[in-house]
Design a protein around this ligand. Sequence first.
Ligand SMILES: NC(=O)C1=CN([C@@H]2O[C@H](COP(=O)(O)OP(=O)(O)OC[C@H]3O[C@@H](n4cnc5c(N)ncnc54)[C@H](OP(=O)(O)O)[C@@H]3O)[C@@H](O)[C@H]2O)C=CC1
Ligand SMILES: N[C@@H](CC=O)C(=O)O
Length: 315
Amino acid sequence: MLHAVFSSRFANSLDKTNYQLVSVGTPLLKSFGSNSHIATNTWTATTRMSRDEPIPSQPLSVAIGLIGPGLIGSALLRQIAKQAEKLLGPLHASKFAVVGLANSRQMLLRPEGVGLDSWEGDLAEKGEPLDLDRFTSAITSAAIAASGSPSSDPTAPGPACAVLVDCTASDAVSSAYPAFVKQGLHIVTPNKKFGAGPLAQYHELRDLSERRRRRFMYEATVGAGLPVISTLHGLLETGDRVIRIEGILSGTLSYIFNTYKPGMRFSDVVADAKARGYTEPDPRDDLSGESRNPSVYVHVELKGDAWRCRCRWLR
Ligand SMILES: NC(=O)C1=CN([C@@H]2O[C@H](COP(=O)(O)OP(=O)(O)OC[C@H]3O[C@@H](n4cnc5c(N)ncnc54)[C@H](OP(=O)(O)O)[C@@H]3O)[C@@H](O)[C@H]2O)C=CC1
Ligand SMILES: N[C@@H](CC=O)C(=O)O
């Protein structure tokens, strides 16, 4: 529940770019409770962004590189396969393709677009050893090449739009976000690791991405894909004062609280939550409650003021 002094949201976020950008929301909108299940919703953020952004003078060429085609990443790929065509119009894009895929060992680079119905076999059989620098350079090059842009600078305003989607839970990947932004990539991620790191690091990335006109989209790092951060941004941007936020912010804990009964083994309930796809890749991240646990933070910033709400951990 969000307690706030309410005033109507009269303005959307100010556009920090001078052309259309794309956000690929993480593919997860969960409903937690005794009948918990995962429902996927990839495109909410995308369509929201396309409404908010000015119409570009040239159609965009959107090239996506996805790292981490696990539970979340593969659901996102399924949704892209299903909906990419429909998005071309709303996004004012001539091309919308996943041009690179990588897991912890291998990468698959296809400037013309990865086969979204065959990526699993292709990555396993035709993948090359992972080289993150090559991977990210290939995404920006594919965006530029497909756009026919005269500029080879991926950060120059223009129709080339290179998006890095990080669907890992890896520090190694998230710590490279500043480098990715410098290479001209927008970043979209459900990975909580960067946002839960040092605040100064977050500020540096925010400033860098503003200077480079890139987006860092992290809505799905909080609230299991529910629009928590954008709602808070909207409230703060229009002068509201958030007094308190209440709720069980961890879906895993919510499931465990609803499921556990005397006589059950706690470890079985945790294993069940993992099997249902609710937990982090390492469920100890959900359970530990230590200060490094990313799930216990809500992180919002507005015009230089950063909020980090540390949630009270009930033991
Ligand atoms: N599960 C959920 O309900 C939700 C999860 N999230 C977040 O989504 C992210 C992914 O979670 P989930 O899909 O469940 O995790 P999975 O374990 O299913 O998938 C993780 C993927 O990341 C890859 N990976 C791991 N480390 C690296 C690395 N260093 N370099 C490249 N690839 C790597 C893995 O590759 P490999 O197979 O080779 O190990 C795998 O493809 C996490 O950050 C999580 O917090 C967000 C919202 C909900
Ligand atoms: N592990 C998280 C889900 C993903 O963010 C949770 O339990 O809330």
